[in-house]
Design a protein around this ligand. Structure first.
Ligand SMILES: [Zn+2]
Length: 461
């Protein structure tokens, strides 16, 4: 009897609740949910932060890659977005067909994604399709795909869409641009661009034949500036001149991607050993001699990094994988205390090691750029572990992509990942919500302004 009575009471209360909920508008329900949910509250705050993105590869508008021929003309479309996405690292995207017809491409391309649905390389682009185009790519129909393709093509007829998405939708104020396609120029193609000096080809330039692209060659740079570059000492003067020119053009930091080419173990090498290799043709130089030349140059660049106050972004982790653990850099880090090292990509998959290095060395910062795109799960774990071990002013982020959709997708993925990481810490009682908000503000913006004070005069919003 009592049971039945309490049962009918429960029914009455729940019907009342249902009626009350039915009276709420969707906006009110969302607000109610946000009120109850730490993650949603943190995410809403993170979304409002005008982010400083410390790593991207955005070219001038007319140089954005993977434009294709279509019946409507040459342009960027759905194929282009996937063709220069990170998904191509694990999954083959069907080439654009010779007849230029979307339907021909989609007939095969729609199956490209079948085994990639769970991967972060696929999923980081989904927020762009959902938020910018209202399309759920996981369940996309042939008709929707056609329409999405047409709308992307229209959007790239000029640069307005690109700029609007980056500034208004992704809410980015400044973006560091690593110009690996033209390393020794420091153009600012957009009002949010921050130039970066990519030193990768300088490190290995023991002979002009080592830098096949004239654009990346210190020898061509010397010629253009009427500088002599016959001896090793003259070569080092040219390198220093490149630093001075970069600084004058507002370059904010250095970047090396040698992890794609060789081990990150840089042994301290005497100058005369490097000088003995300089100027010799590659076929006359052993692999060990070239390695010693590069080892010397890496240490030399570290000293210039300190002298010119250009912090050094170093690609660590996933590249060749073998030889790219950030642990290999510890000797260099320890013996160059005045150089500010930024370990890129959180050292994926060595995120714990990266945290330990930053914990032990106050001249090390961690940049999480690319990490949520490599593995969302590891990125979330990494944010939590780093915050356990490292002061919160030493972590940054970057979208690390090449177009509006990629930048929006990677930025939204990062904001979501960071909000989840912080919310879990709040829910476990490891952080107060107000401190979690402050840490979000630090990682997305303030830490970059603190590490690179010259950015303060580039702010424009
Ligand atoms: Zn990159």
């Amino acid at each position: 009897m009592r049971l039945r009575s309490s049962g009918s009471h429960r029914v009455a209360v729940s019907s009342l609740l249902c009626a009350a909920v039915m009276l709420l508008t969707p906006a009110l329900i969302e607000a109610e949910r946000a009120d109850l949910n730490v993650y949603l509250r943190l995410k809403a705050k993170l979304d409002k932060i005008r982010a400083i993105d410390t790593h991207d590869h955005l070219r001038a508008f007319n140089k954005i890659p993977d434009r294709v021929e279509t019946p409507e003309g040459r342009g960027i479309n759905l194929y282009s977005i996937w063709a220069h996405s990170y998904l191509t690292r694990t999954t083959k995207i069907t080439p654009w067909p010779a007849n230029g017809q979307f339907d021909t491409w989609w007939k095969h391309a729609q199956h490209n994604f079948d085994d990639a649905r769970a991967t972060s390389f696929y999923r980081y682009l989904l927020p762009a399709f959902r938020d910018l185009y209202g399309v759920d790519f996981d369940a996309i129909t042939k008709h929707q795909a056609n329409d999405l393709n047409r709308r992307i093509f229209e959007n790239y007829k000029n640069d307005r869409w690109l700029i609007d998405v980056i500034v208004e939708r992704a809410n980015i104020e400044l973006m560091f641009i690593d110009p690996y396609w033209n390393r020794l120029q420091f153009a600012r193609d957009y009002k949010f661009s921050v130039p970066v000096l990519n030193v990768t080809t300088l490190l290995s330039a023991s002979h002009p034949a080592r830098t096949p692209s004239r654009r990346d060659s210190p020898f061509v740079y010397a010629e253009r500036n009427n500088m002599s570059i016959d001896t090793f000492d003259e070569f080092l003067v040219v390198i220093e001149r490149i630093f001075q020119d970069a600084l004058a053009a507002d370059a904010i930091c250095l970047k090396s991607t040698q992890a794609y080419l060789r081990s990150l173990r840089y042994v301290k090498t005497p100058k005369n050993v490097a000088a003995a290799t300089f100027g010799r043709r590659p076929e006359d130089v052993s692999a060990e001699e070239q390695k010693q030349f590069e080892d010397f140059m890496f240490w030399y660049i570290c000293s210039l990094s300190a002298r010119y106050q250009l912090p050094f972004q170093v690609h660590t982790g996933d590249a060749r994988v073998q030889g790219s653990s950030p642990m290999l850099l510890v000797n260099v880090i320890e013996q160059n205390p005045d150089t500010k090292f930024i370990l890129f990509h959180g050292g994926y998959p060595w995120v714990g090691e990266t945290g330990a290095i930053a914990m032990k060395h106050s001249n090390v910062w961690i940049d999480s750029c690319w990490l949520p795109t490599l593995s969302y799960t590891m990125a979330k774990r990494a944010f939590q572990e780093w915050l356990d071990a490292v002061p919160s002013d030493r972590i940054m982020w970057g979208a690390d992509t090449v177009d509006a959709e990629g930048i929006y997708g990677a930025t939204e993925t990062t904001r979501r990942c960071l909000a989840e990481a912080l919310a879990e810490k709040v829910e476990r009682g490891e952080l107060s919500e107000s401190v979690a908000n402050q840490i979000g503000q630090q990682i997305l913006r303030d830490n970059a302004l603190k590490l690179f004070p010259r950015l303060n005069r580039m702010l424009w919003r």
